[in-house]
Design a protein around this ligand. Structure first.
Ligand code: HSE
Length: 437
């Protein structure tokens, strides 16, 4: 019976060094829990010349092939991120018969089909717990804890950076650009924040969850995605008046023959649990047909939380190696042959209540003209707010509609924005609707 499992790590950045620290500091606990020594044996990284002194027994190389081709390495952990050379390293490791662990959501959401197919053919495991929700054990929970459920919906805050920025905008009333700049200076946001603030990172994560939840092929670029960079403090203020907070949500619903998936700033009622998720925290909510509603909450990023999630995959694989049960649990929950194509509902078919902020000159008949256009498109108004009266500057006319189709909303706003009295493009934000039409 195998007593030692050797790990090769590609990428000694924030998460890689976190994994190394977790494996070292928890070595005795992991031995008590697995009956094995799980040992970080080799690190490959082109950006460092030495490892910290506590890792003096770990060898360091600049060449990933040195650990991929090392017959003593059982598990290759890829933590460099991005598509290439990460995909090449992962495919080479699989071809060499190594089990693979990765935190790389961009890679899995774009190239996952090739990777999981190759791994199944080779009979090796792929662990990816850290790819969604950082330290939150959401992947294993979905795959195993919720295995007896048809997943009906996934709703979540899956990006800590965006949630941190929205929380500060909400609490301090300051604009997006100022919070982002401050977050970057303090190291809470990347120098290039595009993936985080434009919802792309969230789309990567939702695509992975949808594949597992519904047994379907989907890549992140099939998910309509809108980020938070155009959210303004005034919209956050009006959200309060409607009893809501604005959150960047990933929303997906399983309609049987089709599935819904979209990511955008969303008006979330203050009473909803997701409205209470603040700062850099993530929360992922599943609805299962047997279990009902389940919420996972925790840190979606960071060295030690993410290191903990990567280590959990390493331990799972180590246990399977020891028990001779590699392949017992399909990584995507469904057997590979059961994963198929499903129709993704076009955004135009989406139906939910909408928030509109229309900038218009304050003149008699303006509201009637706007209401007329909305009525013509079959959109019913639930409430209207117009603050103050100013002769010389445009005012904000803010509305909440009843549930309406996205296609009708687009048509109506295109007409409203051509009205001579309307001075800026209308802002629209979707409300979270638990029972869409
Ligand atoms: N950049 C991500 C976030 C963490 O801000 O949540 C890694 O997925």
């Amino acid at each position: 019976m195998k007593n030692t499992v050797q790990v090769g790590l590609i990428g000694f950045g924030t998460v890689g060094s976190g994994l190394a620290e977790v494996l070292l500091s928890q070595q005795h606990r992991l031995a008590k829990r697995t009956g094995m020594t799980i040992r970080l044996a080799k690190v490959a990284d082109i950006n460092i010349d030495s490892l910290p002194p506590q890792f003096s027994d770990v060898s360091l190389t600049r060449d990933a092939a040195e650990l991929i081709d090392d017959p003593g390495i059982d598990i290759v952990v890829e933590l460099i991120g991005g598509i290439e050379p990460a995909k090449t390293f992962v495919m080479q490791a699989i071809a060499a018969g190594k089990h693979v662990v990765t935190a790389n959501k961009a890679l899995l959401s774009q190239e996952g089909r090739d990777i999981f197919t190759a791994a199944a053919e080779k009979g090796v495991e792929v662990g990816f717990e850290a790819s969604v929700g950082g330290g939150i054990p959401v992947i294993k929970s979905l795959r195993e804890g919720l295995v007896a459920n048809r997943i009906l919906a996934i709703t979540g805050i899956m990006n800590g950076t965006a949630n941190y920025i929205l929380t500060r905008m909400t609490d301090e009333g300051i604009p997006f650009a100022a919070v982002l700049k401050d977050a970057q200076e303090q190291g809470f946001a990347e120098a290039d924040p595009t993936y985080d603030v434009e919802g792309i990172d969230t789309a990567h994560k939702l695509a992975i969850l949808m594949t597992m939840a519904y047994g379907m092929h989907i890549t992140h670029n099939e998910i309509p995605t809108e980020g938070i960079s155009r959210v303004e403090p005034v919209d956050i203020e009006f959200a309060r008046e409607f009893g809501c907070r604005i959150k960047l949500l990933a929303i997906s619903r399983n309609h049987g023959d089709s599935v819904e998936a979209h990511i955008h700033p969303t008006m979330v009622p203050e009473s909803h649990l997701l409205a209470k998720i603040d700062g850099a925290f993530n929360a992922i909510h599943f609805t299962g047909d047997m279990v009902g509603n389940v919420l996972f909450y925790g840190l979606g990023a960071g060295k030690m939380p993410t290191g903990s999630a990567v280590a959990a995959d390493v331990v799972d694989i180590a246990r399977n190696i020891r028990a001779g049960s590699v392949g017992r649990v399909p990584p995507l929950s469904y057997l590979p042959r059961e994963i198929g194509d499903r129709r993704i509902t076009p955004l135009d078919e989406l139906c939910c209540p909408y928030y509109f902020r229309i900038s218009a000159r304050d003149e008699p008949g303006v509201l009637a003209a706007i209401a007329g256009i909305l009525s013509h498109h079959g959109i019913s108004i639930e409430s209207v707010i117009q603050k103050g009266r100013r002769e010389s500057v445009p005012v904000s006319i803010v509305m909440r509609t009843h549930s309406a189709r996205e296609s009708a909303v687009k048509g109506a706003l295109a007409e409203i924005d051509t009205l001579e009295v309307v001075t800026e493009p209308t802002v629209k934000i979707r409300f979270l609707d638990e029972e869409p039409c």
